[in-house]
Every structure is written in structure tokens, then in C-alpha cells.
Design a protein around this ligand. Sequence first.
Ligand code: ZN
Ligand code: ZN
Length: 275
Amino acid sequence: MLTDYHVHLRPDELDSTPAAEYFTQGNAERYREAAAEAGIEELGASEHIHRFADALQIWDHPFWREQARDDLAAYCEFVRSTDLRLGIEMDFVPGREDRIANLLTAHDFDYVVGSVHFVRHNAVDHRVWDIWEELGDPDRVWGTYFEALAEAARSGLFDILAHPDLVKVWGAERPVPERDLRFFYEPVVEAIAESGIAVEVSTAGYRKPVQEIYPAPAFAEMCVEAGAVFALSSDAHEPENIGYAYERAVEEMRGWGISEVSVFERRERRMEELG
Ligand SMILES: [Zn+2]
Ligand SMILES: [Zn+2]
């Protein structure tokens, strides 16, 4: 079984991507065809929560205010009218757990992909809202990021922990802490083991400056050792990237000792054989 659950039906650019042009049967079919070609049976959509007006009930950040235009119920209704699974990419916002839970239970998602992009007021992967500019020191950026990620895992709000070492996205463009990176992974691995959240293996990392899968092999191996389960996705924003570099990813996963992949339906998980 191969899955692609962390999938966006449109690019991130705001002005050129109105919902009406992308939330269509024709577009869903393009994704489904790409998945079939890549041998992927389980395909789902997981749009960014910040693209929906409903997100402002959770967090009133200026970036979200600028992005939050679409109607979440209409998106859910659309995805349910296709043969795609219904997911959402939900940011973790500390202190807003109740609001996130309320929003999630108001819709019948198959799965919720939990992400940490923002830590405090800035993001680890954004050139305008840039945590690197705010904190500078790589130990502080990585420390703050992984602290938030552990909290996200422990919150119990999510089924899948997205791109779990997103902080490395910039590759050589930004400094990496000098110490053994396992120092940063360790508390997250503990939180993953305690919560039972599925760890996302994301091939998006291959397409970013870092040119490495999420999570890094050392991080993944620690998760395996702790008994974690995994989910597999591409984080595609266009049909061309569905199942991106899956052959390489599956080979990596097997090398880490992973033989099963998580499948979700109405927020229930079952394990299927990987491949
Ligand atoms: Zn993301
Ligand atoms: Zn995404």
C-alpha cells in the first residue's frame, strides 16, 4: 500500500489560486490520475487551515488574516463529493488547543495533519515572517522549533505529525547547530512515543534546498526504535508532485526498519503493508 495524504489541491500563491478554480471535479481527477500512475491507492487532500476564514477563530496573525478567505465547510463538502480522503493541514498554535479541537470536531475529517510552521510570531520556513531573523542563533531556532513540535505531538489534536524536521528546510542557506542533532530530536521522539501520533515521512524535503527527506535518517531511526508508526506523503501542491520520489522514500523507509504505513478513515487508523 502507498498513500499520499499531505496533498494541496492548489499552489500556495494567494491571488492566483481561487478555490473555485481548484476545488473542481476536473482538478481532483488530475490528482487521482497522477496517483494511479504512481501506484498510490490512498489519496487525500489536506489544504492549509490558514486559507480558510474559519482559521481566524483560532489565531489572528497578520499572515493568516491576509490568507484566510475560503469557506471550510464548502471545502469539506467538495472533497466529500470526490473519491479523495478528506484531510486538513492544521497548524499547532500553543494556548489555542480548545479552539483547534472545536474546529476539528465540527467537520468529519478522515485525518488531521498537524504542522509546526510558526513558533511564536514567526515561522521557520517563511522569508517574510522569519524566526531566523528574530532569534539568529541556530541552537535557539532549532530548540524553539522542536519544543513546539513535541507540544504539538502531545496535544493529541492530530493524527499525523507533518514534515517533522521542517526547521532544516533551508539547507546550506541557514546555519545548523553544531551539536549532535539527536539532542533536539530526543524530546520529540519521547512525545511521539507517548502520544502514538503517526510520523510523516515527506518527500517534500527532496524538493527543498536541504535535499533530504523529512525526517532525517537519524531522527527516523530513533522514532522506529521508540515504536512509532509512520505515514507517507509528498506534500504536493500540483498533480506532478503526487508520489514524488516514492521509490527512493520507500527504500529509505525499509532501511530504517519500517514495513507498514498508516491508513486513515474518519480519524481511525489502521496499518497496511508498505509498498
Ligand atoms: Zn506544512
Ligand atoms: Zn503542506
